[in-house]
Design a protein around this ligand. Structure first.
Ligand SMILES: [Zn+2]
Length: 62
């Protein structure tokens, strides 16, 4: 985890905002949401749900 502003790794957790982990850079006080790292596991879950949903939908020819 790095600060997008100053690239510092001196990051503190700053609570959860809108379901996402919020971070605070100790060096420049910049606040940012964890969206720079790929979501491990989370993306797979979404993909699985999407696949499941589309598989359960009845096929309707146009
Ligand atoms: Zn910073």
């Amino acid at each position: 985890m790095q600060c997008p502003e100053c690239n510092s790794t001196h990051i503190r957790k700053n609570g959860i905002k809108e379901g996402k982990q919020n971070h605070l850079c100790v060096d420049c006080s910049r606040r940012f949401i964890d969206k720079y790292e790929p979501h491990k596991g989370y993306g797979d879950d979404v993909k699985r749900i999407c696949l499941k949903t589309s598989a359960e939908k009845p096929f309707r020819p146009v």
